[in-house]
Design a protein around this ligand. Structure first.
Ligand SMILES: [Zn+2]
Length: 222
């Protein structure tokens, strides 16, 4: 695990930065795919966990959520509009993705459904971070923002790698996995305008360059 900012750790993974999981204080943010349980347990180890929160309910973020909540005896929190997906389907489906891809994700990645103890909405506080509603990539997508040192955990509103090829660099998440790309671009503009000193992505390396983020977002269509 690597400490990126005060109390903000990024778990190691392989390949590095491909599917990111963060430990913020005593809260685990996102849980990778179903295969990530051992990776999380190994790294979180004997530390206390108080909560597990999701940026959104896609299978590469909620895959190990049920297992982690059971093992650590912690509640699961997520953005309000993603609650039904977490509780019933075990993850948001992607109607725009080819069915073979959805099937493969379900078979290898998607975790079981799990009850949500708290539906997070705009302005609530988690571990000193403010919840921001950032819909588009999923209806209930949220980001976590700590203004004191300008740290942002932004899930998949933007990726800092091409998730199809693994090539590093800023990208919007593929439309195939994003039910409302225009709304997601609006969320991306909102986040870039915060000028985060450190941006932590669901996919890709952390970015400490608010200008680059602003330039990239400025180049997007309305
Ligand atoms: Zn993702």
């Amino acid at each position: 695990m690597k400490e990126l900012a005060d109390g903000v750790f990024m778990l190691d993974g392989f390949p590095p930065n491909a599917i990111n999981i963060y430990l913020v204080g005593e809260t685990l943010i996102d849980a990778g795919t179903r295969q990530a349980e051992r990776r999380i347990v190994r790294q979180v180890g004997g530390r206390e966990l108080r909560t597990h929160a999701l940026t959104h309910a896609h299978p590469d973020h909620q895959g190990a959520s049920h297992a982690i909540c059971e093992r650590f005896g912690v509640p699961l929190w997520c953005g309000q509009a993603d609650v039904p997906a977490v509780e019933h389907a075990g993850g948001v489906k992607n109607p725009k993705a080819p069915s073979w891809l959805n099937k493969a994700q379900e078979r290898f990645w998607t975790g079981p459904p799990h009850p949500v103890s708290r539906a997070l909405t705009e302005g609530e506080t988690v571990e000193g971070f403010t919840v921001l509603e950032t819909p588009g990539h999923s209806a209930g997508h949220i980001a976590f923002w700590r203004e004191s040192d300008r740290v942002l955990i932004l899930g998949d509103v933007l990726n800092n790698m091409n998730v199809m090829t693994g090539r590093p660099g800023l990208n919007m998440p593929p439309d195939m996995f994003t039910p409302d790309p225009a709304r997601n671009r609006a969320s991306a503009r909102r986040l870039a305008a915060l000028r985060p000193a450190l941006a932590c992505f669901g996919h890709g390396a952390p970015l400490r360059d608010p200008d680059r983020l602003a330039d990239f977002v400025g180049s997007l269509p309305a």
